[in-house]
Design a protein. Sequence first.
Length: 334
Amino acid sequence: MVAAVDVSIPLPAPRTVWNGTAPRRIPAQAASDTASVRRPTWTQGIAVLVGAAALGILAGSVVALVRTLLSLPFMQDFLIAFPGEYEPAFAVEPGFAPWINWAHFFNVFLMVLIIRSGLRIRSEKRPTAFWTPRNNPKGKVSLTIWFHQALDVLWLVNGVIFVVLLFTTGHWARIVPTSWEVFPNALSAGLQYLSFDWPHENGWNNYNSLQQLAYFTTVFVAAPLAAVTGFRMSGMWPKKAEALSKAYPIEWARALHFPVMLYFVAFIVVHVALVMLTGFLRNLNHMYASQDAVTWTGFWVFVASLVVIGIGWVAARPLVIAPIAKVFGTVSGR
């Protein structure tokens, strides 16, 4: 005869689920251990100093080598033949129109936020909010991705307007090479930059050849690559276009998109450095005040633009983005 079992008493079992509580205070010993792990060691500090010194020595060696090279007779002849710029094949009106200044500001403003949101997408593990288009419930993406793509659209609109005005006003010849002389002149300008004997600055009338190639690459190569690869990875890519998706795999877009962003970061860093080192008051007047003068007008407009960009950087968070995103779709939590 089997003994009756009391089913009201639960069977004993080890606890396998965390009860959801945690200590309110981290023990002092544990906190100090964590801090000690994250604090750089003295060997790491010495390694950083040695690395910085090595880079400084390398940079100084390159400058000395280039200056010695340019002092040789055949290089002096090269600099005379190719001073760093050439006369454009088409006459271009000097100066920078106000629309160029505005396009430049919007480009910088949007690019900073695009880079910020792009880096956040790469590091975001658990999004705090999601956006879903009203006509496509399956198109749900994180709010950060929606913000990044919305910025991309605005950036492309600004770029299209810039390119259209560039060709309709004839200013395209400033950044589009019109002679094969652009290449030896670009080499000449690059060597002059490396020697710290700057090439002649004449941006109000004509860019030097290295500048021209850099601007051409940025506007007509890097920007389209960023757009094409970003579109392939976005929710706007047609899901039913199987043949097109097979011909242009998303892996290709992912492999190119991040290096293109790194190119833009490098371009911005070098561009800003050269603006500051080659007569920053005149350069800032060119870009922000449409003036070819050494005054403080462009500088203060530049400072105001930095304030606006800083406000945009701080405001680029779900609390501010969500109400805007709701206008175009549905915002939800996890």
